[in-house]
Design a protein around this ligand. Sequence first.
Ligand code: HEM
Length: 221
Amino acid sequence: MSTKTSHLGGWKLFWLIAAAVLAMSALILALNPDPAEAMRSVIRATARSSFVLFLAAFVASSLATLVPNDFTRGLVRERRYIGLSFAFSHLVHLGAIFSYGVLNPQFWPSRSALTNLPGTVGYVFIALLAVTSFHAISKRLSATSWKRLHTVGMWTIALIFGLSFFKRIPTMGVVYAIPFAILCAAVAVRLVGKWAQANKRQLARTRSNPQHTSPQALESP
Ligand code: HEM
């Protein structure tokens, strides 16, 4: 009997999300008569699709610890493909940024190296996380280095999303406080989830090796 399931996961999920991001961008371009404004809207829309995908990958394992159910376990199982879909969505963000630069020649001169710095650092991490999610590359890294890179990368990208939304609150409206607040909630979920995972591991270690209990426990009468 075949063990293959027909669930929507793996590369099928990746291609579905990638197609949705492309369809959304094409629709925005088709519906807006001003090409430069349309491209700017694609930049914004892909930043938002990336944000949703990033959040799902960012909280997946913590959510599965705090609220274990089929959905959260599914998120963990598909985390790699959700992460790659986020990288794809942000690749479209980058493509739209360069196209906007062509359509609006004042765009790049209006920006400085400093204003481009967080985004550039973000793209370096997105590229590193994406390539190291393939076994052919990740096998060259130790498990500790891989984990360190992915932890630092995810937190850096979260910080850049936070900055991007926060800096728009005074200039573009208080509505940008909503995604900023959602990000803060995701940070809280991730921290509490990681803390719960560490506690679980500690408990499991103590159970499997009772001699390694705390010194206080050994000293008690
Ligand atoms: C050098 C690289 C980057 C450049 C030049 C850039 C440029 C832009 C531009 C021009 C906009 C639209 C501004 C507007 O019309 O209001 C935008 C929006 C945005 N970008 Fe990027 N970006 C870069 C990288 C990134 C990265 C790495 C992230 C996240 C990790 C990011 C997240 C966002 C967000 C959250 C928005 C706001 C979307 C909204 O309006 O809801 N960007 N970016």
